[in-house]
Design a protein around this ligand. Structure first.
Ligand SMILES: NC(=O)c1ccc[n+]([C@@H]2O[C@H](COP(=O)([O-])OP(=O)(O)OC[C@H]3O[C@@H](n4cnc5c(N)ncnc54)[C@H](O)[C@@H]3O)[C@@H](O)[C@H]2O)c1
Length: 449
């Protein structure tokens, strides 16, 4: 069976490596972080992701890790590169980590006696990068010619943190940009063995796959922003309900039910930056991507809209404390990168409003940014019992249990961004504002309450 190496054992790489190994491949992972390498060699998950430990346990001795690129090259036929590609100021992705991994790998290939090696670029790159920069680098340092001594595929993943394993094993589509048919076939065979469903195999040129990757995410952000605008409109119309409307819209196959829920904006390590990269890529090719730009603006507006709602309900009172349930950009992940909740916290602190946060997975990341400027509670109850205003920022299942017994203040306003709470269980001391539904504009007076 083909040997696989995975360079970068982070949020996506660790899960990919573990899944390949659990499905029977001999896998060797490489990371610059010693604790990640040690964790994998000790059979432990190097990052926090649901089901990752279970899959590592299943992989057993087939999954190993090292710092040595030479070892990885010698012990594998196919190398997946899953290193960070941070966004630059101009919206394009930086290739610096990609270069730092590809250089030693290409040098190791030069000194290897093997006839062929397949490089699979999984990291998100700007369209054109693989053909214009990465392949020439491998050719120069390995002394080999593309499609003779090595092949290249561009194979990004469409996964959401918190569901990486499930999405990896059951993708809607496997996107394969290939340097030639042979390279693409090797990769397609791997996915046939690894996937638990029968995904659509989208095989195409490398540059088409690079464009597909950012276009897909940019399109989804547009859909989310559309739903959020619809939710904003519904709030102003008595009787209008975003859930009823998006349920009906989603039943139409041309729209589909996903990502039209309406609520807070999008965040995380992919959507915002992929959408900005789409704008930058379009501009580089002489096109003004107005939809993508507006999507970004609408997304920022969702935070402003929420802050306006908070301030309306603060109603001039001093010493108001706001509790925020969920700091990560979505449930089941510690990742707070471009999280709307973090943008909200920043705005509230700017206005000298006390902030109390509950998000057990993300608490450490929140503390790393704010220190003692923000209090991190250890339970939902502790977080909200004394707050004047509570923002439910993610749709974590845990929040569904909230009822009137959670609140001890005489008045609390709850801003429920995803409509997870049952208003009938909140009693009459709580004013429930559901984003996307009309609500009573009358506010509590915290000064007197
Ligand atoms: N996380 C996601 O949800 C997701 C989804 C789709 C695509 N991606 C893309 O995948 C890539 C990786 O993302 P991630 O979230 O896993 O990043 P990450 O930061 O969690 O992990 C990257 C890992 O690569 C390691 N690394 C950096 N340089 C290295 C080198 N030269 N050699 C070996 N290891 C090196 C880092 O130490 C780190 O552990 C990015 O391009 C990202 O855009 C991520």
């Amino acid at each position: 069976m083909t040997g696989i190496s995975v360079i970068g054992l982070g949020k996506l790489g660790a899960c990919s490596a573990a899944c390949f190994a659990a499905k029977g491949y001999e896998v060797i992972g490489v990371d610059t972080k010693t604790d990640y390498v040690n964790a994998v060699n000790n059979g432990k998950a190097p990052v926090c992701e649901p089901r990752l430990q279970e899959i590592i346990d299943k992989a057993g001795n087939r999954l190993k890790a090292t710092h040595s690129y030479r070892d990885a090259m010698e012990k594998s036929d196919v190398t997946f590169l899953i290193v960070p590609t941070p966004s630059k100021e101009n919206g394009h992705f930086s290739n610096k980590y990609m270069f730092s991994a590809l250089e030693p790998l290409a040098e190791a290939l030069k000194n290897s006696s093997k006839a062929y090696h397949l490089f699979v670029i999984t990291s998100t790159v700007s369209p054109g990068s693989t053909d214009e920069l990465l392949i020439p680098l491998i050719e120069r340092l390995s002394g080999r010619k593309l499609n003779e001594g090595f092949g290249v595929c561009y194979n990004p993943e469409f996964i959401a943190l918190g569901s990486v394993i499930t999405h990896f094993l059951n993708p809607d589509m496997v996107l394969i940009g290939e340097s030639n048919e042979y390279a693409g076939r090797i990769l397609e065979d791997i996915y046939h063995k690894v996937c638990e469903n029968s995904p659509y195999m989208a095989r195409m040129s490398i540059v088409s796959a690079e464009i597909t990757k950012i276009s897909l995410n940019s399109y989804i952000t547009m859909k989310i922003s559309y739903a959020n605008t619809l939710a904003n409109i519904c709030e102003n119309i008595p009787g209008a309900d975003i859930d009823d409307i998006s349920g009906a819209l989603g039943a139409d196959r041309r729209i589909s039910p996903y990502y039209i829920r309406g609520g807070l904006g999008f965040g995380g390590p992919c959507f915002p930056r992929d959408n900005r990269a789409f704008t930058a890529f379009a501009a580089k090719n002489g096109v003004d991507a107005k939809l993508a730009k507006t999507t970004d603006e609408v997304n920022k507006f969702q935070v402003d809209h929420l802050i306006d709602l908070v301030m309306e309900n603060v109603n001039g009172a001093e010493d108001v404390s706001v509790s925020i349930l969920g700091a990560a950009y979505k449930p089941d992940t510690p990742v707070i990168e471009e999280s709307p909740a973090i943008a909200i916290i920043n705005e509230l602190l700017e206005k000298n409003i006390m902030v109390n946060v509950y998000d057990p997975l993300a608490a450490e990341n929140v503390r790393a940014i704010y220190g003692d400027k923000v209090y991190c509670s250890t339970s939902v109850r502790e977080c909200i019992e004394n707050s004047s205003i509570c923002i439910v920022a993610t749709h974590a299942d845990e929040f569904k249990a909230i009822d009137e017994s959670y609140f001890i203040n005489s008045h609390t306003t709850v801003i429920d961004c995803w409509r997870v709470l049952d208003p009938l269980r909140l009693g009459n001391k709580v004013k429930h504002i559901a984003i996307g539904k009309s609500f009573d504009r009358e506010c509590f007076s915290f000064t007197n309450g």
